[in-house]
Design a protein around this ligand. Structure first.
Ligand code: DLL
Length: 437
């Protein structure tokens, strides 16, 4: 295998459906026996449902198994779900966020190897090789972003610049000085960095060709905006610490959804209300079963992330199924005056207006006289804040119209000057809900 092909392993990534099903079935049967014998939580849950490991003969029996939720992880915090002795745990990682109890995940050495392999596959999907220099501004530490990219780069043989987040001036200097060829960070930070690089006149001095961006929902329009400022190609990468961190799924160069490494993580898309399986193309909640993980295997873990799946073969030749860009989460969806509203809908609507408005926005939901009120703060060019008040009003009305059309509810628009809305170096916070629901 050529270096560039090393992590596009056709034997693993282009299996026929029958071969994949056979492999998944074999792995599931072993994993179910493992959790039944070694994790008290699963032993109890399976007994409650009257299921024994022998009842699970293959992947077609997966719907007999119990679900696992984030609350189950909290109840068993920190090490209650281990399937190995604690001495076999090589590291722990946590979900992003700095308040409250963490969602904690444990990994054996083999789990971290698997993680590296999955991220290396992802980097290969983005066209990266051992020649590349990857500048990562995902945080290092308990958050999986920084270390996940690091493990992948190590497997690929690429150079990593472990910047972590913060200090945009220094990020820009290092990108230029070390001639980084790829950048890994959240899309909202990538946009901020791209604008800062453009304002500093540095874009032409960079060698960057690719962005590996994820950890939060973002739209195709936002991708195109970052790509056009920096003259690069950007790819969506998905993951969650409970399963792996970055590297659970990734877009290839065809941008027709994110390939899931389903030989390791079996995906189901379920209607969140009925728990019935969704057909290909139908939106539902993504649920994962880890087929080979050792330290903290999870059975039918409910991610709360909303997407749809496509099992057809991709133009790149991979048979790994593709999930659509995320519509949001069952829990970041806001129901405003009875209508479901996702931040990504606001983003797509703002970006559909061309260059007139920046996709830096904040949704604020209030309740006045028992009525929900949605205000969207949007940054616009500073020239609108000169004396031509009429122009500002005109733009405000235009944005309100576009948002009403996109969301199906009336929206109050507040225009603000550039750089007013707080920038995040990690995941962007897009919604403030003051309703105390
Ligand atoms: O965000 C892991 C990660 C790091 C992924 C770096 C990609 C890049 P957690 O902090 O556990 O892990 O948060 C997981 O973030 O359930 C999704 O709701 C959201 N998320 C992650 N990637 C994407 C994405 C990391 N590409 C939670 N698109 C997940 C949309 C994403 N949402």
């Amino acid at each position: 295998m050529e270096w560039t092909e090393r992590y596009f392993d056709k034997e693993k990534e282009c299996m026929s459906r029958d071969e994949m099903t056979a492999l998944q079935s074999e792995r599931l049967v072993k994993q179910v026996a493992n959790v039944y014998n070694n994790v008290a939580f699963y032993n109890k849950k399976m007994k409650e449902l009257g299921i024994e490991p022998g009842d699970i003969k293959g992947i077609e029996d997966i719907n007999k198994l119990p679900f696992t939720t984030k609350e189950d992880l909290r109840d068993n915090y920190p090490f209650g779900l281990l399937a190995v002795p604690k001495s076999k745990v090589a590291r722990v990682q946590g979900s992003s966020g700095t308040t409250g109890k963490l969602t904690l995940a444990s990994y054996t050495q083999a789990d971290t190897e698997l993680w590296g392999e999955c991220v290396a596959r992802c980097m290969t999907m983005a066209g990266l090789t051992d020649e590349d220099i990857i500048h990562t501004c995902y945080g290092y530490g308990l958050f999986t972003g920084g270390l996940g990219i690091d493990f992948g780069a190590r497997k690929l043989g690429a150079m990593v610049i472990p910047m972590s987040s913060g200090n945009t001036q220094r990020q820009m200097m290092c990108m230029e000085d070390f001639a980084a060829t790829a950048i890994a960070c959240t899309p909202s930070y990538a946009l901020y960095l791209a604008e800062s690089l453009r304002d500093a006149g540095l874009v032409d001095k960079l060698k960057i060709k690719a962005g590996i961006l994820g950890a939060e929902p973002w739209t195709v329009e936002m991708r195109e905006q970052i790509e056009s400022i920096l003259g690069i190609k950007c790819f969506d990468i998905y993951g969650l610490c409970e399963i792996l961190g970055p590297g659970v799924a990734m877009e290839c160069v065809h941008h027709k959804g994110l390939h899931i490494h389903e030989d390791y993580f079996y995906p189901e898309i379920l209607n969140p209300a009925t728990n019935e399986a969704c057909a290909d193309g139908e939106t539902g909640e993504l649920v994962f079963t880890t087929l080979t993980k050792e330290a903290m295997p999870l059975i039918r873990y409910r991610t709360k992330d909303l997407t749809s799946i496509d099992h057809s073969v991709c133009d790149c030749g991979r048979t790994l199924p593709r999930i659509s860009k995320f519509k949001g989460r069952t829990d970041d969806m806001k129901v405003i005056r009875g209508v479901n509203v996702f931040p990504t809908q606001v983003e797509a609507a703002l970006l559909s207006m061309g260059g007139e408005v920046a996709p830096h926005y904040m949704m604020i939901v209030d309740r006045e006289n028992n009525m929900d009120k949605l205000t969207v703060m949007v940054e616009v060019d500073e020239r609108y804040f000169s004396d031509e008040i009429r122009e500002l009003e005109g733009l405000k009305n235009k944005i309100a119209g576009v948002l009403k059309q996109a969301l199906g509810i009336a929206v109050h628009v507040k225009l603000v000057e550039p750089k007013t809305i707080a920038r995040s170096e990690g995941k962007a916070k897009r919604v403030i809900d003051n309703r105390n629901l």
